[in-house]
Design a protein around this ligand. Structure first.
Ligand code: SF4
Length: 495
């Protein structure tokens, strides 16, 4: 039982991953995948009821127990067996749902993604192979994934929430490749023994999943390397790497095709060029910002399974905002904030407070305004009575990111990024009040998202602490905007 479906899929992506798991697991970076795993479990549990009544094979460390339990359920003519477990020739797999289909069975693999990915086909091909080896008549193979156009109203409709995609033909066609893949993976591990195998980095390191061993396997790269070039597709990065272009010096020598901005990133870092300021460009951007100025930032979270009416799977649900209001340029800002109550739908209360806090006719500033505008438009669609006011706020939003996106200010320190997390330390270095690292518990958007979603699972005391951390984090996002704007104004000598 030494090759499971997940290990088989890893082996298909890169057999060295299995070797690393065995001999150097401590080299794995923490990819913060906990929320993804948790989502997978929630979706998997819910999907068990897709075909109606089902029996789940209880998890056991001793897989033989799961296999024996499955055999009993098969013999009893059970219609839907979840976690149906099989072994053969050192292979083990647990099928998410084994669904009776006439005189045979359908394999159903559940995924929390919103579409079929190629690696799932390998996963299903492995399961089909193992089950056939066990003598089962496999009639169909399906991928059950989330349908992101589903909108929840009332009770969950499993047939609407999930899409059942027929992969039978493709998976059957892949059957001949499975034994060869198994042989290759086993031989690779055996022949390496305890010596780290030589496996050069390749697109497989990032596709279909980012490999946790990347920092270890890529340790020979110079810093910075072509893999740090901003907005360059992974395929292009590996093409450069494969042709011997690894460091920024190689880029300058060999001149691969890059965009103007990418080349600027490389040259600024390589030659340590001084910051560049296009005063006229910045002035044009800032000309549209009028006072009083409302600096706004949302925090959002996503759920694979929409918890509230009117929500789609993975829709960005705003649960918090921070607002710094400046009456005039350079004025001490006033702060407003909203944070939804844990375990409840925060959207209505948030939309109402937003309308209370932001008048219809003021200039609102966001950083990457498409995101804030998108959320406000969704709230307006959901609450028609608030829509006129919300859409006024929406229409009045201006974007503080533009001067950086257009590179009217450029510094080596931005590393080609225009995220505020790069812009802020470049413009306001060493200011302890603006240090995200100094915050407790929540330091970035995805941590805020996970913290809010997880709030109902905590004690009241813990909730109080997490809420405080969330408020401090979001507050810093809009304070950062105030400070960045101040610095831009100083650059062009506008007070
Ligand atoms: S980083 Fe790349 S080469 Fe290293 S184990 Fe992962 S996929 Fe394989």
């Amino acid at each position: 039982m030494n090759l499971s479906k997940s290990r088989y899929c890893k082996g298909v992506q890169c057999p060295k991953m299995l070797w690393m798991d065995k001999y150097m697991p401590e080299k794995a970076a923490d990819l913060n995948n906990e929320r993804i795993f948790e989502t997978g479990n929630i979706v998997g549990d819910l999907a068990m009821g897709y075909f109606g009544d089902f029996t789940e094979v209880p998890y056991a460390d001793n897989k033989s127990e799961m296999v024996e339990e499955t055999a009993k359920l098969l013999a009893a003519g059970t219609q839907n067996i979840c976690e149906a477990s099989f072994v053969c020739d050192g292979l083990f797999c647990a099928v998410d749902i084994l669904h009776k289909n006439g005189d045979g069975w359908d394999i159903v693999e559940v995924k929390s993604s919103t579409e079929l990915h190629e690696i799932y086909l390998h996963d299903m091909a492995f399961q089909c192979y193992v089950l056939r080896k066990n003598g089962l008549n496999i009639k169909g193979v399906f991928n059950l994934h989330i349908n992101n156009s589903y909108v929840r109203y009332g009770d969950l409709d499993l047939k609407g929430l999930f899409t059942l995609e027929d992969c039978t033909e493709t998976v059957f066609a892949m059957q001949d490749d499975v034994p060869g893949n198994i042989e290759y993976i086993n031989a690779y591990i055996d022949s390496a023994g305890e010596n780290e195998p030589e496996m050069d980095i390749s697109l497989s390191c990032q596709n279909p999943y980012e490999c946790a061993y990347w920092p270890w396997c890529a340790r020979h790269l110079p810093s910075p390397s072509v893999f740090d070039i901003s907005r360059l597709p992974a395929k292009k990065k590996f093409e450069m790497y494969d042709s011997g272009i690894t460091g920024y010096g190689d880029v300058i020598d060999k001149k691969p095709k890059l965009s103007k901005n990418q080349l600027r990133q490389v040259e600024a870092a390589f030659y340590h060029l001084p910051d560049e300021i296009d005063k006229e460009g910045i002035r044009e951007c800032l000309a549209g910002f009028t006072y009083p100025l409302y600096h706004l930032d949302f925090e959002t979270t996503q759920y694979a399974i929409p918890p509230y009416d009117g929500m789609k799977p993975y829709q960005q649900m705003p649960f918090q905002y921070s607002l710094h209001v400046q009456e005039f340029a350079g004025a001490e800002p006033e702060h407003y904030e909203f944070l939804g109550k844990e375990g409840t739908d925060p959207r209505r209360a948030l939309a109402e407070r937003l309308c209370e806090d932001i008048p219809e006719d003021v200039c609102v500033l966001a950083y990457n305004m498409g995101f804030e505008k998108g959320r406000i438009k969704e709230l307006a669609d959901l609450y028609p009575d608030l829509a006129p006011h919300l859409m006024k706020i929406h229409d009045n939003i201006k974007d503080l990111m533009i001067p950086f996106q257009k590179q009217y200010y450029y510094s080596e320190k931005l590393c080609g990024s225009y995220s505020i997390k790069y812009v802020l330390p470049a413009l306001c270095p060493g200011d302890p009040e603006l240090d995200y690292h100094a915050l407790e518990g929540v330091h970035k958007g995805d941590e805020a998202s996970a913290a809010f979603a997880d709030l109902p699972n905590h004690t009241p005391e813990e909730i109080a602490v997490i809420r405080k951390n969330l408020l401090a984090y979001c507050r810093l996002d809009t304070l950062a905007m105030v400070k960045v704007l101040e610095r831009l104004r100083e650059m062009i000598s506008l007070k």
